[in-house]
Design a protein around this ligand. Structure first.
Ligand code: TYD
Ligand code: MG
Length: 455
């Protein structure tokens, strides 16, 4: 009889399981990420984690399933509620990922404080910090009132007990990489531990109707299993991103079973913790240089919100045979493509110039509507002629140099009016379909050459 397999190979990036080792993960194509780990022993599948025998479920008609309307809890932060899809759904499992030190613990502690103040029972479980450290942090973010309980624990069996005893509405697990189960023999942070631990939390969330927030670190080297391993198990995945040395942070929804993704929430890290940024456009445009060439204001839609931002380009004569190109905050290949369009359709000799494109403020935006802004920033820098600082630009650029329609043109224009812009360059097609907007001059363009003519 063949011996039962006791170990398997797992990808540290995506959790792919394979019987043999490979240099490259067949699923996510990452190199050197397969590690050998013991396979979790299979329990009797009729037996739930608590030891009680599970009842077989009966199929039901969807029309007979009742939904209670008020089962969403507000986090006290409008920015976070929007990303979650108007509040926390009871019994949901939310993963908050991000680089170490970006502010995940701070954000969740502040959310716990708000929830406790609103009369909810909250349990914060930390496997990384001692109670004293949490207290120091809590002192910085302000007074804590209401039922907010803390627990320093990493063993999941004990955590399950504690949750059953305390009966909270919301639980925070900080972080999943420090948690372990006794019956899984690999080290905390390994793929199987992270996966099995999440499984228990999933049962707790669904079985007891508790909302669970899980913190997961993203690590560049992949020393511990990253949050991608459990993305498919949880209901909602949020990533907290931002430059460590810039003060603001963006919370981005990547997956959401209870709302739309692509919504973002903007926060600023201050001395007293995180504060919401209600008007990100104003924030991103503050400190803009006056009359500088190579800087234009573009508009990107994030979820349902238009956000104005500054696109900067620097085009300089190249000193070597090969021109250098960099893109910070936007897609590098897209910038290369736009430069090729300029070269071929408008006859600028871009190959003789180095070009650096940057989205100011350390944010990342990839919407095609930024194309026209990038193109005009490049041309402005090349000719060393500033663009009118009261003008905003949006539109997608196609390979033959045509400017194509983008969605929600009217909302973009209205946002620009709100922030005091006086002119707007937009695709002609959008202009024809749009209703009249007061207080701004609109210039429709059909191709890149027309747009360059305007500036
Ligand atoms: P933290 O929440 O510990 O990060 P994570 O849990 O994602 O690893 O945040 C740590 C950073 O935030 C740290 O570098 C200090 C900074 N910080 C402030 O600037 N102000 C504050 O009030 C707090 C609590 C933290
Ligand atoms: Mg932390």
């Amino acid at each position: 009889m063949a011996k039962a397999r006791t170990t398997a190979f797992f990808c540290k990036e995506c959790g792919y399981e394979s019987a043999k080792w490979a240099g490259q993960c067949p699923a996510c194509r990452a190199w050197n990420t397969m590690v050998e780990e013991p396979v979790a022993k299979k329990e009797n599948s009729r037996r739930a984690a608590s030891g009680t025998v599970k009842q077989a479920s009966e199929p039901v008609k969807l029309s007979e399933v009742s939904i209670e309307e008020e089962d969403r809890i507000s986090t006290g932060y409008r920015e976070l509620d929007r990303v979650l899809g108007s509040g926390i759904v009871s019994g949901s499992l939310v993963l908050v990922g991000g680089d170490p030190g970006i502010g995940k613990s701070t954000l969740l502690l502040q959310v716990c404080r708000n929830l406790a103040a609103a009369g909810h029972k909250v349990l914060y479980i930390s496997g990384e910090e001692s109670l004293k450290q949490i207290k120091l942090r809590a002192n910085r973010i302000g007074e804590i009132r209401g039922e907010l309980l803390f627990l320093c624990e990493t063993n999941l069996e004990d955590i399950e007990e504690a949750i059953k005893k305390a009966g909270p509405q919301v639980v925070v697990i900080d972080s999943i990489q420090t948690m372990y189960r006794d019956d899984v023999s690999s080290a905390p942070g390994s793929v199987s531990q992270v996966r099995e631990s999440t499984n228990i939390l999933l049962q707790i969330a669904k079985g007891m109707g508790v909302s669970v927030f899980i913190v997961g670190h993203v690590t560049k080297e992949g020393v511990v299993a990253g949050p991608r391993v459990l993305e498919h198990m949880v209901d909602t995945v949020l990533y907290f991103e931002g430059e460590r040395n810039a003060s603001y942070r963006i919370l981005r929804g990547v997956k959401n079973r209870f709302g739309s993704t692509n919504e973002i929430g903007v926060f600023e890290m201050r001395e007293q913790g995180l504060t919401e940024v209600e008007n990100p456009s104003e924030y991103l445009l503050s400190g803009r240089p006056e009359e500088a060439s190579g800087a234009v204001v573009a508009c990107s839609i994030e979820g349902t919100r238009p956000i104005l931002l500054e696109v900067q380009a620097l085009v300089a004569q190249t000193n070597f045979g090969m021109a250098r190109r960099t893109a910070a905050g936007t897609d590098y290949n897209r910038v290369n493509l736009l430069m090729a369009v300029l070269e071929k359709r408008c006859h600028y000799e871009m190959s003789r110039y180095d070009a650096y494109v940057n989205i100011a403020g350390g944010v990342r935006m990839n919407e095609p509507a930024l194309d026209l802004g990038i193109v005009l920033a490049l041309v402005s820098s090349l000719k060393d002629r500033p663009v009118n600082p009261k003008c905003i630009i949006f539109g997608e650029v196609g390979l033959s140099g045509e400017v194509r329609a983008v969605s929600m043109a009217e909302q973009r224009v209205r946002e620009a009016v709100k922030l005091g812009f006086e002119a707007c360059i937009l695709p002609q097609v959008c202009l024809e379909r749009m209703q009249k907007v007061e207080g701004i001059r609109l210039f429709g363009v059909r191709n890149v050459r027309e747009a360059i003519g305007l500036i």
